[in-house]
Structure formats: structure tokens, C-alpha cells
Design a protein around this ligand. Structure first.
Ligand SMILES: CCCCCCCCCC/C=C/CC(=O)SCCNC(=O)CCNC(=O)[C@H](O)C(C)(C)COP(=O)(O)OP(=O)(O)OC[C@H]1O[C@@H](n2cnc3c(N)ncnc32)[C@H](O)[C@@H]1OP(=O)(O)O
Length: 289
């Protein structure tokens, strides 16, 4: 892959207890919806989702996320932090326009890219952390739970709300959720399509920490990644794999079947109708604001 390396100085003087540092921006020429930077001092990479207005995950954004993750691993970064350039939305989840009245080849590529992105993030060798600085419904929650650590800002929401849109969270969406939330809480919440407030999410273990600012969230993620500094990275990666291999193998072996189930479900007229109504509701709400 053709990686452009630029060196960009970032003054951290406004952040207490931090020495001046630099970040390298590694970005592919086609990167449109993401910013990817590596802190030269800590070796930690930050992937910032930047697809206004709500970072909804379309095929291009998913592809860029995969490229960033690959860059972080190839460049032997100490860890990866995922965050958002928005002040109110981490990501609104999958781009509903990819699934509403979709084109055959595009929607297949879209779902396949989502599967790949999830497997690569969930199974990543390097430590991963989510600085959730906004709402994280559905696919947003999927990304957060694929990471090893989550810190969230107050008064936002997170959860798997698919049933409210008339769609079903696939088993692999649920499996990562079950890593962090007790089974009974998960079953009730996901069948209800519940979105947890930050405080509720913290209470049930869906997020590990709550802080007030994005800077504090990034610092918490850095702290989490830094906690592995005395751990052999190879031993760490293999140990992580032992915890996650079952879900990864399950999806890998069922990829084609999972795609066909997805297509079968979203192409049902009743599902298309429910999605259309949901989208219309979002647009009406957006116009009122
Ligand atoms: C048996 C097993 C079967 C398995 C089968 C598989 C089935 C499929 C599974 C797929 C799973 C889906 C997971 C998903 O991620 S679906 C997406 C779910 N996301 C949501 O429900 C969130 C919807 N959005 C919101 O609630 C809000 O936008 C927000 C995130 C809280 C932000 O609020 P806001 O006030 O800041 O912004 P808002 O005015 O609402 O929106 C601005 C514009 O963005 C559009 N928009 C919002 N979300 C999406 C989206 N997810 N996709 C596309 N577009 C979105 C919104 O319509 C506004 O547009 P416009 O400005 O009016 O044009």
C-alpha cells in the first residue's frame, strides 16, 4: 500500500503533565473519512472517524478503517485508539443508506467489508481502545466492543438497538457484547433494542471508565495501552487470541452463510419498509433541529 508519511508537530502544552510530542500522520492518498496518526513518543496510533455528520459506516469508511488497522500493525504501533472528530457522535453505526434499497454488488461488498473490519479489529495483535466521545448505537457499539478497553464521555448512549429498526443484530455483534455484559442483561437489552446512557453502560460494564473530556478519554486509553509496557507483545497477542479465537473462527467459517442471511433479511419487503420509516423519522427529526 502506498503510505504517505508526513510529520506534524502537535503541541500538548494545554494538557497538563504531558511533554511536547510529535505525531506522524500516516494516510493513504485516498483517505477521505479517517485521520490516522502515530504519536512518536508513545508509539500509539489514533484512528479518528471523520465522516460528518454522524460517521455512519459506509463501504469506503469501513475500507479506510481496515487500512488504518493494517498500518498500525505493520508499523508495529504499541496500540490503537479509535475516536471521532464529532463532538456528539462516535458513530451512528452502519450507514442505513447502504442497506435501504441497495444495489446488489455494493451491498455484498459493504457487508463483506464489515465482516473483515470486525475480524481484524477484534483479533488485532496490538492493544485496542475506544475513546467514545459521542453516541455509539448499533455498529458504533460493535466497534467499541471489538476493542479491549472502552472509555466514554457523559450523557451519550451506546447499545445494540437493531430490533427497534426491525433488523437483527447478528450473532457476532452479540458475542463481543457478551464479553463485557452479563448474559441476562445482554439478552434483555438487545431484545428490547436498549440504548444505555453512559452512566448505565458503566454500571453494567459495557464501558470501563467515564471521563469528562475527549483529551481525558485519550489519556485513559493511552494509560490502558501503556499498562502492557512490561508484557511481551507476542505472548500478549497469543493470550488475547485464546480469548477471542472461537468467535473469529465461527464467523470466518460462516462468512458466506452470514452474508446470505444478511441479504435475505434486509431484502424482505417488511424490513425495507421498516428501514424506510426509520430513516424518514431520522430525517424529520434532523430538519426540526
Ligand atoms: C438471524 C440473524 C440475522 C442477521 C441479519 C443481519 C441484519 C442486519 C444487521 C445490521 C445491523 C445494523 C447495525 C446498524 O448499525 S444499523 C444503524 C443503527 N443506527 C442508528 O439507529 C442510529 C441512528 N441515528 C441516530 O440515532 C442519530 O442520528 C444520532 C446518532 C443519535 C445522532 O443524532 P444527531 O441529532 O446528531 O443527528 P441526526 O440529526 O439524527 O442525523 C443527521 C443526519 O444523519 C443521518 N443519519 C443518522 N444516522 C444514520 C445512519 N445510521 N445511517 C444513515 N444516515 C444516518 C440522519 O438521517 C440525518 O440526515 P439528514 O441530514 O436529515 O439528511
Amino acid at each position: 500500500m502506498n503510505i504517505i508519511r508526513t510529520v506534524r508537530s502537535v503541541a500538548f502544552s494545554s494538557i497538563p503533565n504531558r511533554t511536547l510530542s510529535t505525531t506522524r500522520s500516516l494516510s493513504t492518498p485516498s483517505a477521505q473519512y479517517t485521520a490516522f496518526e502515530v504519536n512518536d513518543k508513545t508509539g500509539i496510533a489514533t484512528l479518528t472517524l471523520n465522516r460528518p455528520p454522524v460517521n455512519s459506516l459506509n463501504l469506503e469508511l469501513l475500507t479506510e478503517m481496515r487500512n488504518c488497522l493494517k498500518d498500525a500493525e505493520t508499523n508495529k504501533c504499541k496500540g490503537l485508539i479509535i475516536t471521532s472528530s464529532s463532538n456528539s457522535v462516535f458513530t451512528a453505526g452502519l450507514d442505513l443508506l447502504e442497506m435501504y434499497q441497495p444495489q446488489d454488488e455494493r451491498v455484498k461488498s459493504f457487508w463483506t467489508a464489515l465482516q473483515s473490519m470486525w475480524m481484524e479489529l477484534y483479533g488485532s495483535k496490538i492493544p485496542t481502545a475506544a475513546a467514545i466521545n459521542g453516541h455509539a448505537p448499533a455498529g458504533g457499539c460493535l466497534i467499541a466492543t471489538a476493542c479491549e478497553y472502552r472509555v466514554m464521555l457523559p450523557n451519550f448512549t451506546i447499545g445494540l438497538n437493531e430490533t427497534l429498526i426491525g433488523i437483527v443484530a447478528p450473532k457476532w455483534f452479540v458475542s463481543a457484547f457478551l464479553n463485557v455484559v452479563p448474559r441476562r442483561v445482554a439478552e434483555q437489552a438487545i431484545t428490547q433494542g436498549k440504548l444505555f446512557t453512559t452512566a448505565e453502560a458503566h454500571n453494567v460494564g459495557l464501558v470501563d471508565d467515564v471521563v469528562n473530556t475527549k483529551e481525558e478519554a485519550i489519556a485513559k486509553c493511552e494509560q490502558f495501552i501503556g499498562s502492557f509496557k512490561n508484557v511481551n507483545p507476542y505472548a500478549r497477542a497469543l493470550t488475547k487470541q485464546q480469548f477471542r479465537i472461537k468467535e473469529l473462527q465461527e464467523l470466518e467459517q460462516q462468512r458466506e452463510k452470514d452474508l446470505q442471511i444478511f441479504l435475505g433479511l434486509i431484502m424482505q419487503p417488511s424490513v425495507q419498509k421498516a428501514m424506510g420509516i426509520y430513516l424518514e423519522g431520522l430525517k424529520k427529526k434532523s430538519k426540526k433541529q
